[in-house]
Design a protein around this ligand. Structure first.
Ligand SMILES: [Zn+2]
Ligand SMILES: [Zn+2]
Length: 67
């Protein structure tokens, strides 16, 4: 089996950085960028950050997103 490079820290799965400015987001019910003043939704199933408000299905786990 070919060796795959390990990702540096798997524990960062619940830490998100802003797609716009790369600042670490404030983790709340909805992650929030205090620099851009935007908040992001999260998938209730897998916790993935939802960058696009128009998204109706989680890009990570494929579950439908509920408001
Ligand atoms: Zn930002
Ligand atoms: Zn998901």
């Amino acid at each position: 089996m070919p060796a795959k490079p390990e990702k540096e820290n798997n524990s960062s799965i619940y830490r998100f950085s802003c797609p716009c400015c790369n600042e670490e987001l404030v983790i709340a019910e909805n992650p929030y960028c205090k620099v851009c003043k935007v908040s992001f939704g999260r998938c209730r199933n897998c916790g993935a950050l939802i960058m696009e408000e128009t998204l109706v299905v989680c890009h990570q786990c494929g579950k439908p997103l509920k408001k």
